[in-house]
Design a protein around this ligand. Sequence first.
Ligand code: SR1
Ligand code: MG
Length: 416
Amino acid sequence: QYRILREADLRDYLAGVPAIVTQLGGAPADWSISEVGDGNLNLVFIVKGGTGGIAVKQALPYVRLVGESWPLPLSRAHYEHMALVHQARLASELVPAVLHHDAELALTAMELLEPHIIMRKGLIEATRYPRFVDDISTFLAQTLFFSSDLALSAAAKKQGIADFAGNHALCKITEDLIFTDPYRIAEQNRWTAPYLDATAAAFREDLDLHVAISRLKLKFMASPEALLHGDLHTGSIMVTESETKVIDPEFAFYGPMGFDIGAVIGNLLMAYLASAGHERTPGERAPFEAWLLETIEGVWTGFSQRFLALWRSEADGDGYPASLFTGEAGAVRLEAERQAYMARLFRDTVGFAAAKTIRRILGLAHNIDFEWIADEKQRAICEARALKLARGMMLEAGSYTTIGAVTYAARELRHW
Ligand code: SR1
Ligand code: MG
């Protein structure tokens, strides 16, 4: 039966799970257990035994950030577990290994990622991650392609959609907090006042923007292209300089691919524009910032190359039947179609990256990239640059035809 676990209950519980006892080693009484969760929704425990460690995540029946007044279904742990299993099949090196799952307790025990840190924190420290581009573009290409109609039969794809359809409460959080609230008066919105008061008001009056965000919202709700991670920001990625692990897919559902890719790119753009606020001497972070822009370009380029390669060699789905594209002429038309698909996906990515940026500055849930800039005026300057970039990207997504155009616009705003 579900109960919220405290350290002592967790010890007793884990002591009854043979796989965990083996993983941890030593006597349960000697295990060290601490709750370390700093996310918005769940409890996270680190448990260390005589020979090994684990991370245990338990869903709370409410939003941790807000409290019991905002109930949230425990079933998200089930969807997260299913997504982790799916991702492990397609990109096993890039996700934590699951050691144990208990659906009733809404609890999952995973390998302890050590010495990995949350990527957002590393980026604030101006740390560069040489593996990141290859790893995240592999993760995106593998998980998105192989859950799409390009790789699956229509029946298998529809079964996948059905398997995740119950995760609608988590989708609703996204629908409200990303696609609606930042553009209207909502009790939980906040921003760096008073500096951004006028900008926040302008976003609430901007009908062009309201049309653009509503089109993106509809795409999010009504385009089940692939199984998404659903919350792929830099707080859902743990890194060392040689390893990347994607965590926390509790928002998983079948949605538009550009939402996941845009999440990565939007969060890297925020890291770039927040960087000035973490600078102690002018220019000290310039090499890091140059690396960030290259990384943003590499994520899209790496993803699109990998995705296209999969489409050319592994397409076995009902989406584009090979029997309709035979001969040389068929191959040429199909390749043109692939390029058009990628151009459309890039447009979606640009729009979703913009939406992800605006919500972190004007909505409920902010990120430490900006929040840790202690000088509020300096923070607001960085945030205003990001809002200007995001507004342009959302309204003119179609005019950003290359990722270089996005990084160029970001670079131009760095000193605005
Ligand atoms: C109330 S939950 C706020 C945010 O936290 C999660 O990480 C998601 O990004 C969600 O939108
Ligand atoms: Mg999360």
